[in-house]
Design a protein around this ligand. Structure first.
Ligand SMILES: NC(=O)c1ccc[n+]([C@@H]2O[C@H](COP(=O)([O-])OP(=O)(O)OC[C@H]3O[C@@H](n4cnc5c(N)ncnc54)[C@H](O)[C@@H]3O)[C@@H](O)[C@H]2O)c1
Length: 275
């Protein structure tokens, strides 16, 4: 019997088959869980409905993918409609994945000191505040022993040049995880974050992960980058009964990169280049 047999939940943040949310959802569905999905709303003039189509291409063929509805986390009525849909299909849910981030490319490229006011507000609203909005709307339909997980990155703990405004959003998100864990603990709802090393995805590429891949391969204790499959398993762990007793936690899945206090084996490369 799969570890998610009989469990139901909501997956927010699949854009395509490279999305971290898809890696986690695929693992959960393989283990018997049933999932509802959302996609970014399509513009009315986009007759091909590209956003919906990309997510539908992932979910089609999965019997355990139960519905697919639009969601823009900037809109509270849209969030409420998604929760209504979820309740009507599943009743109570056992897990909720929030795997959502956005910042204007211009603001990501700028030095943090030049971040625009509007760009900061937008990035924070979508990438950090939305976890509060979604959790508040979902808490009434979460079962007594349930779990929420979000996706974060090390750039919220330490300065990672190039990650810029998104690093500030992740620092806020990490703090939100701890406060929500406290608020929802009495209801038996756990709230955690998974801090992933760089992976090539739409959001990842916008945040400059391409240049980070080599760094992790040299500096991380494991001497390599992580895979989508590994993130899928770790995310599912945080959403499963196997992590009962864990809440308010930031779990790193980064080959151990965050444990390093020096460039490690990258120094050998630098020394070799100098000699
Ligand atoms: N890729 C990486 O290297 C990496 C590393 C650590 C953390 N993360 C985090 O993982 C999460 C998922 O990113 P990903 O790498 O899978 O990329 P992705 O582009 O596949 O996922 C980002 C998702 O955010 C959604 N989104 C953006 N604005 C939205 C809005 N207004 N309303 C609703 N949804 C919205 C997009 O539709 C998309 O599905 C993000 O929080 C990201 O910061 C990514």
């Amino acid at each position: 019997m799969g570890q998610f047999e009989g469990k139901k939940g909501l997956i927010l943040g699949v854009a395509n088959d490279r999305s971290i949310a898809w890696a986690i959802a695929e693992f959960i569905m393989r283990e018997g869980g049933e999932c509802g999905f959302t996609h970014l709303p399509d513009a009315p003039e986009d007759l091909k409905r590209k956003n919906r189509r990309r997510v539908a291409q992932c979910t089609e063929g999965y019997e355990r993918a139960k519905f697919l509805v639009p969601l823009d986390v900037r809109d509270d009525s849209n969030i409420a409609a998604v929760m209504d849909q979820t309740a009507s299909v599943f009743g109570k849910i056992d897990f909720l994945l929030h795997s959502i981030a956005y910042a204007d490319r211009e603001d990501l490229k700028r030095d943090t000191v030049e971040t625009s006011r509007d760009g900061f507000r937008l990035a924070m609203e979508i990438s950090a505040y939305s976890l509060i909005a979604v959790t508040n709307a979902a808490k009434g339909i979460m079962s007594e022993r349930s779990a929420i997980a979000t996706m974060t990155y090390f750039g919220g703990e330490k300065c990672v040049p190039g990650y810029n405004v998104m690093g500030i959003c992740k620092a806020a998100l990490d703090a939100i995880v701890r406060y929500l864990a406290h608020d929802l603990g009495p209801r038996g709802i756990r709230v955690n974050a998974l801090s992933a090393g760089p992976l090539k995805t739409l959001a990842g590429s916008a945040a400059g992960v391409g240049s980070m891949l080599g760094l992790y391969a040299h500096m991380a204790p494991l001497g390599r980058n992580i895979t989508h499959e590994e993130v899928g398993k770790a995310g599912a762990f945080l959403l499963s009964d196997h992590s009962d007793g864990i809440t308010g936690e930031i779990l790193h899945i980064d080959g151990g990169y965050n444990a390093m206090g020096s460039p490690g084996r990258l120094l050998d490369v630098i020394h070799a280049a100098q000699s």
